[in-house]
Design a protein around this ligand. Structure first.
Ligand code: MN
Length: 283
């Protein structure tokens, strides 16, 4: 069976003791298996307190991030490696099995030309070293392609699969996101089937980042593709009812795209669960 989770920013965009409690209690009350916590500032994460809250609510965790400018790839491979290894330490301290997202670049950093020869070699070499560090701790790494307005490095499933080949590590997997697929791919089912067992994480996000089921994403194609590959990875509702300055800049969200967390859970999560249950992906 796949596991079902949701992004923390459905509830809160900050991570302090009070907001962490609201996120974790909200995700647990929604009946989720896990919550995805963005490690925007891994150095300031209260791992012990967060881990206690997760245990109290019997909730699992996954971690995600994009690289900060000072630790970006391909510009700063040593800083990127150190940053990602520290983020893996935090992931492990929280009890999470996975660190995923735009681990290969900085959101919004667009140099005005396609990747130069060698750029993706630097990315692959750096992530190969980080993957070895992760493997020693029993952790896995995800690569999330995002749309052309957020990165010039990896926009398509095919490009991400090429990067996975270049990294050549079993504990690195593909992480798709239906919001980005809606911009970049020719359809939804084809990329999912092309990825097959290398797809282990999917952000279920509407075309405007709002409530799933209310926009242009072809949800039946998405879930038919997942059923066709016998998907056993993570299903993650990603929307942003709560937006802070970091996430607004990273995702270019300049207005309220989703209603309150309760509506997102009641309508969006119920919609996605219905699609997944109908195809036997979750109980
Ligand atoms: Mn995403």
């Amino acid at each position: 069976m796949a596991e079902f989770g949701a992004h923390a920013f459905i509830w809160e965009s900050d991570w302090n003791p009070a907001s962490a409690r609201r996120v974790i209690a909200g995700a647990a009350a929604a009946g989720l298996d896990f919550v995805e916590i963005p490690l925007l500032r891994p150095e300031s994460m209260d791992t012990a307190g967060t881990r206690r809250l997760l245990a109290e609510h019997r909730l699992g965790v996954r971690c995600s991030l994009g690289l900060p400018p000072a630790a970006s790839l391909p510009a700063h491979p040593q800083a990127a490696e150190a940053f990602l290894c520290r983020a893996l330490d935090v992931t492990r301290a929280l009890g999470g099995p996975v660190l995923t997202g735009v681990i290969y670049g900085t959101l919004g950093q667009l140099p005005g030309h396609p990747p130069r020869p060698g750029d993706l070699d630097i990315v692959a070499q750096t992530l190969r070293r980080v993957a070895a560090y992760a493997a020693d701790q029993g952790l896995a790494l995800g690569i999330e392609p995002v749309n052309r307005y957020e990165t010039h490095l990896v926009n398509l499933t095919d490009q991400a699969l090429e990067l996975l080949d270049a990294i050549g590590a079993d504990n690195v997997f593909l992480h798709l996101d239906t919001y980005h697929m809606n911009v970049e791919e020719k359809g939804f089912r084809g990329p999912v089937e092309a990825a097959g067992k290398r797809l282990r994480y999917i952000h279920l996000s509407e075309s405007d980042r709002g409530t799933p089921g209310t926009g242009n994403v072809h949800w039946d194609e998405v879930f038919d593709g997942l059923a066709a590959i016998g998907y056993r990875g993570d299903l993650v509702m990603e929307s942003f009812a709560a937006v802070n300055e970091d996430i607004a800049r990273a995702t270019c969200i300049w207005r309220q795209v989703a209603p309150d967390p309760d509506t997102l859970v009641r309508e969006g999560l119920a919609f996605l669960r219905g699609k997944a249950t109908a195809r036997g992906l979750i109980p």
